[in-house]
Design a protein around this ligand. Structure first.
Ligand code: ZN
Length: 429
C-alpha cells in the first residue's frame, strides 16, 4: 500500500540565491500564464503533447526556462485545462438533469496562474545531495541549498528508494508574509498492507463541533479535543471576513485573501495536531462516515450548520488516514446511523436519549447517562470491533458504508444495534 505525503523543507537562502529562486519562480509563472493563453486560443487545448509543441520554443527563448521546467509548464497547463473540461462536462450533465441551472464559467477565459508555485521534477530539476543539501535548477543553472524540516520527513528522504520511499515532484513556494522559500516535496511511502492481526488496538472517534474529536478504546482510554477556543477563533475570522466582504475595495479584497489563507493554515495546523495525537502504531481507528455530519447538523439549526460547515472535517479525516498509515495503523469508515442516539448500554434508540440535543446522553429506557460525544465514540468503537472481527473471520475488509446497497446496509445496522458496551469488552466480543 502506498501513502502519499508532502515534506515541507525550509530552504536556507542568501539574498543572492533567494533572488535566483525568485527570478525562476517569476519566469515560471509568466510562462504558465503565456501557455494558458495559447491553450485557450487553440480550442482550450488540454492535450499536453500538442501544447508542448506549440509553446516550447517560446518558453525556452522568451522566458529563458531550462528545458525540463519548460516541459513542466505545458504539463501543468494541460492538466489544468483537462480538469476544467471535466467540470464543464459535469456541469452540462447536471444542468440537463436539472440539478442546477447555473452554467460553469471556469473555461470562459484563460485560467490565470496566481499562486507562486513552481514545479520541479525529481532528478531533473532538483536532486538531494549528501549533508542535507538539495540542488535546484534555476534560470542560471543549479544552485545548492541546505534545508531543514520535520525529522520524520528528513528520515524518509534519507531512506529514499532503497527504503521504500519514492520521491516525486516538488513545488517551490514562497510564504508571502515572511518571504521564506520552502520546497514542498511529495513522497510516496510504501507501507505493508494492514491485516486484522497487525492491528491489535481499536479506537473509535466521534467528530463534532463542541468537541472536535472524542475517542475511546474498548478499555475506556479516552481523548477529548474541545472545540470551544478554536470555534471562538473561527467566529472571529468570520466577523472580520464579513466586514471585509461588505467593504469590497481592492485593499479589502487583498486582506480578505490573506485572511482566508491564514484561516486555512490555522485549521490545517489544528487538524494536524489532533490527528497526530489520535493515531497510534498497530491501531485500527474507526471514523463515522462524514456525510452524516451534514445530516446531523441539519437538525440543529442554521447557525450551527454554518458553524459546523466551517470546520474542515474532511481534512481531519484525510490527515488521520494518512498519518495512521505512516505509523503502521489504519482507519476505516463506519455507518454513522444512530451513533449519537443509540444507547450503548441497552441498545435503545431514540431522539429523546439526547434531551435538548445537549452535551449529556440520558437513555430514556435504562437511564444510562454519559457525555454525549463519548457515547458516539463508544458506538463507533463497537462497530469498529465488529468490522475487525468480520475481517478476521472472512479475510476481507468490508468497510465502505455505501448508500447504494440499502439491503446490505440495513443488515449491517441490525447487527450494529445488537452491540453492547461492557466494562471491558473483549476483542472477540
Ligand atoms: Zn439504555
Amino acid at each position: 500500500m502506498k501513502t502519499i505525503l508532502t515534506a515541507k523543507l525550509k530552504l536556507h537562502t542568501t539574498s543572492e540565491t533567494g533572488q535566483r529562486l525568485l527570478d525562476t519562480a517569476r519566469a515560471y509563472q509568466n510562462a504558465l500564464n503565456y501557455t494558458s493563453r495559447v491553450a485557450f486560443e487553440n480550442g482550450k487545448m488540454s492535450n499536453q503533447v500538442k501544447l508542448h509543441g506549440l509553446v516550447y520554443p517560446a518558453l525556452r527563448e522568451r522566458f529563458a526556462l531550462p528545458s525540463q521546467l519548460a516541459c513542466s509548464v505545458s504539463r501543468q497547463v494541460g492538466a489544468t485545462f483537462k480538469g476544467l473540461w471535466t467540470k464543464v462536462k459535469h456541469n452540462a450533465s447536471h444542468r440537463k438533469s436539472g440539478y442546477t441551472q447555473k452554467r460553469y464559467q471556469g473555461l470562459d477565459k484563460a485560467p490565470v496562474f496566481t499562486a507562486n508555485t513552481t514545479t520541479f521534477t525529481y532528478q531533473r530539476d532538483y536532486r538531494f545531495k549528501a549533508g542535507q543539501q538539495v540542488s535546484i535548477t534555476t534560470l542560471e543553472g543549479p544552485v545548492v541549498f541546505s534545508y531543514e524540516g520535520y525529522t520524520k520527513h528528513l528520515d524518509l528522504i534519507q531512506k529514499g528508494s532503497s527504503g521504500g520511499v519514492t520521491l516525486g515532484a516538488a513545488k517551490l513556494w514562497r510564504d508571502p508574509r515572511t518571504q521564506q522559500f520552502y520546497l514542498l516535496v511529495s513522497l510516496a511511502v510504501e507501507t505493508p498492507d494492514p491485516t486484522p492481526e497487525s492491528l491489535k488496538g481499536i479506537k473509535g472517534a466521534d467528530l463534532g463541533e463542541r468537541y472536535l474529536a472524542v475517542t475511546t478504546t474498548p478499555g475506556n482510554t479516552t481523548q477529548f479535543f474541545p472545540g470551544g477556543a478554536i470555534r471562538h477563533k473561527g467566529e472571529a475570522f468570520q466577523r472580520v471576513r464579513s466586514r471585509l466582504q461588505s467593504k469590497g475595495t481592492r485593499g479589502a479584497k487583498r486582506r480578505l485573501r490573506q485572511l482566508m489563507l491564514r484561516e486555512r493554515r490555522f485549521k490545517a495546523d489544528v487538524n494536524h495536531r489532533i490527528a497526530q495525537a489520535i493515531v497510534e502504531p498497530g491501531f485500527l481507528i474507526g471514523l463515522e462516515d462524514l456525510t452524516r455530519i451534514r445530516e446531523r447538523t441539519a437538525v440543529r439549526g442554521k447557525r450551527n450548520r454554518r458553524r459546523r460547515a466551517k470546520w474542515a472535517f474532511a481534512e481531519l479525516g484525510a490527515f488521520l488516514s494518512y498519518k495512521a498509515q505512516v505509523v503502521g495503523g489504519f482507519t476505516i469508515k463506519v455507518d454513522a446511523d444512530y451513533t449519537s442516539k443509540g444507547c450503548p448500554n441497552c441498545g435503545h434508540v431514540s431522539d429523546k436519549n439526547r434531551p435538548g440535543k445537549g452535551l449529556t446522553f440520558r437513555c430514556e429506557n435504562c437511564g444510562f447517562t454519559l457525555h454525549a460525544d463519548l457515547v458516539g465514540a463508544r458506538n463507533v468503537t463497537l462497530r469498529t470491533l465488529l468490522i475487525r472481527q468480520d475481517w478476521m473471520g472472512t479475510g476481507l475488509l468490508s468497510t465502505a458504508p455505501d448508500g447504494s446497497d440499502t439491503e446490505a446496509k440495513a443488515k449491517r445496522l441490525q447487527r450494529f444495534l445488537e452491540l453492547r458496551w461492557s466494562p471491558d469488552p473483549s476483542p472477540g466480543l
